[in-house]
Design a protein around this ligand. Structure first.
Ligand SMILES: *Cc1c(COP(=O)(O)O)cnc(C)c1O
Length: 385
């Protein structure tokens, strides 16, 4: 990074910085508290206690019971487990179909594709141009053989928040299970598994100021699911492998703090996003904003600036120390049009001009000014409108 300007990180949908309190909570478990939670001596007992306290804290944050929280290595594992674990378990009951929305994260889409290899049938649920999944499309996708429906709570590219409670209700009429990938929502907006009525919910710590490589899967008691990883008896025998004790402790601290300050945090990032939208509109009157106009994550701005390919924009901003994204982070290395932007009906032209700017707790109004100034300079130097 050059010393010319103070860097601005505006890519919080890709990952977030670790909250200092989460780091502090983790340190003892990286040092003297190194015990294996499965060990029977005092080192083990202390680590075990820390894991169980974290489980109770996390459960409380999302309205679940502690025994319904299962620790994983992150959002990807939670999504894979939900899809594969449920479908392999319910196949014997004659349920060999699952339904997923077209704008799911690749962790869901590719897990579903893997299940096709195992002989399962995948039905897709379409979305409107604002990203809302169509209830009619869900109804059409439900068959007597459907075992699971997976619709994300909030989209990682355009920020649209789905009407999950409605979809879970519709799904349950077919006696299928309902999973939601809530990775972008947990710690950012109010999430309560009872209110949502979901059977399974995925979350990942690094998306809410926790450490990377740790997450959880909420499983409502009574959900038909099997383990997808065999080994020891950790996590009630459902997820083998020595627990990531520091990660789990850091995740619970990050979630607890974010939930405690939810309203203020939401307001903070919403104000930054609104300010950015207003600024972009005045610089580029032709800018097109994506996502639902009301039901969207407070901190994500997804915008196409026609005539300005996003890749070029990203690199110019990067040279100025401003970190943003084009589509999803996992897409950024391949120059393919994002499946999400395609699914909401954007032309290839508009999709390729789409930037995702996502704010977090560490951003300030000054950062928005820095970004807007960069846009002003880009506009002036390339002489286009
Ligand atoms: C980041 C993300 C994931 C993957 O989570 P990891 O912890 O990075 O594996 C899954 N779903 C959504 C919506 C995400 O944003």
């Amino acid at each position: 990074m050059t010393s010319k300007s103070i860097p601005v990180y505006a890519d919080h949908a890709a990952t977030t910085p670790l909250m200092p309190e989460a780091l502090d909570a983790m340190l003892p478990w990286l040092k003297e508290g190194f015990g294996n939670p499965s060990s029977l001596h005092s080192f083990g007992r202390e680590a075990h206690k820390a894991v169980e306290e974290a489980r109770a804290t996390i459960a409380e944050c999302i309205g679940a019971k502690p025994e319904e929280i299962f620790f994983t290595s992150g959002g990807t594992e939670s999504d894979n487990w939900a899809l594969k674990g449920v479908m392999r378990e319910v196949r014997d009951l004659g349920r060999n179909r699952l339904a997923v929305s077209t704008i799911e994260h690749h962790a869901v889409l590719n897990a579903a594709q893997e299940l096709v290899q195992e002989g399962f049938i995948v039905d897709t649920i379409d979305v409107r141009t604002d990203g809302w999944a169509k209830a009619q499309s869900l109804s059409n996708a439900l068959h007597p053989e459907t075992g699971l429906v997976s619709i994300q709570l909030a989209n990682n590219e355009i920020g649209t928040i789905q009407r999950i409670a409605d979809f879970a209700r519709i799904t349950h009429r077919s006696h299928a299970f309902f999973h939601t990938d809530a990775v972008q929502a947990v710690g950012h907006i109010h999430v309560d598994v009872r209110e949502l009525g979901v059977d399974l919910l995925s979350a990942s710590a690094h998306k809410f100021n926790g450490p990377k490589g740790v997450g959880f899967l909420y499983m409502k008691k009574g959900t038909h699911i099997r383990s997808v990883q065999q080994g020891g008896m950790q996590e009630l025998g459902m997820r083998a492998g020595t627990e990531n004790v520091p990660g789990i402790v850091g995740m619970s601290m990050a979630l607890k703090r974010n939930v405690e300050n939810l309203a203020a945090n939401e307001l903070h990032v919403r104000q930054l996003a609104d300010k950015l939208r207003d600024g972009i509109r005045s610089i580029y009157p032709q800018a097109v904003f994506h996502g639902h106009h009301r039901d969207r994550l407070p901190g994500i701005v997804s915008v196409a600036i026609p005539g300005h390919p996003a890749e070029g924009m990203l690199h110019i901003l990067d040279m100025k120390g401003i970190a943003v994204s084009i589509g999803a982070a996992c897409n950024s290395k391949v120059t393919a049009i994002s499946h999400v932007l395609k699914a909401i009906g954007l032309s290839d032209e508009l999709a390729s001009c789409t930037l995702r700017i996502s704010f977090g707790l560490d951003n300030s109004a000054k950062d928005v000014e820095t970004i807007l100034n960069a846009f002003r300079i880009i506009k002036r130097t390339d002489g286009s409108s």
